[in-house]
Design a protein around this ligand. Sequence first.
Ligand SMILES: Nc1ncnc2c1ncn2[C@@H]1O[C@H](COP(=O)(O)OP(=O)(O)O)[C@@H](O)[C@H]1O
Ligand SMILES: [Mg+2]
Length: 237
Amino acid sequence: MSWIVRVEAIEKGFSLHTQGGVHIPVLRRMSFEVAPKEVLVLVGPSGAGKSTLLKLIYGNYRIEAGRVEVRHGGERLDVGALSSREVIALRKEGVGYVSQFLRVIPRVSALEVVKEPMRARGVSEAASEERAQTLLSRLRIPERLWNLSPTTFSGGEQQRINIARGFAIFYPVMLLDEPTASLDPVNTETVCELVEEARKEGTAFIGIFHDAGVRERVATRRLVLEAVGQGDESRTL
Ligand SMILES: Nc1ncnc2c1ncn2[C@@H]1O[C@H](COP(=O)(O)OP(=O)(O)O)[C@@H](O)[C@H]1O
Ligand SMILES: [Mg+2]
């Protein structure tokens, strides 16, 4: 099957302006493609650039060299060349992103946080409510918490709200950055099931998982990132 995400010879580093503008290379001429129904798992030591790579695909950073393309709405989009409005549109329908952190907004209930992406896509109130309840139940969020703001929830509870929100709607592409970092084994298993269900419907995943068991369970392919920067110039030559 042909690709839905294509990364071609991208390079990315960070310039540390507060430290004399020293440039730390992170990704060097990296290329790969991901097709629908694939789960590409990024493997590599901390600092190798795994999260940076996901953020590049999500349109968070300027791309220094190379190109990131996503197929969306029958077009090939050059992510680095999109306006901020186009990036927002791509994120609404085309590319989902779930990290281990939930952006909590005071006074907005857990149920509303999960329903929001469905509402934004025009899903009916009744269908949104049902889907949100199903996800919260599957992720073992006690019903007494559903109408409370996640502000005071534990880290693991907030993470599960974030997962429920991320999986509330179908995205052709999903980027996962350690979504199971502070989950117990049963909830981690539920996340693996959610990934598998979406994959069967056609989602292409690019994911980072700290847990080797999860990587084994969900990966259809792996991509190993080597640490290139770290301020150790000999390794960058
Ligand atoms: N916004 C940033 N500014 C400066 N350096 C950064 C920034 N984001 C990441 N880095 C650096 O880039 C390298 C890769 O980070 P990251 O992509 O988070 O690695 P990983 O997810 O593989 O652990 C690290 O050395 C990190 O310190
Ligand atoms: Mg990371």
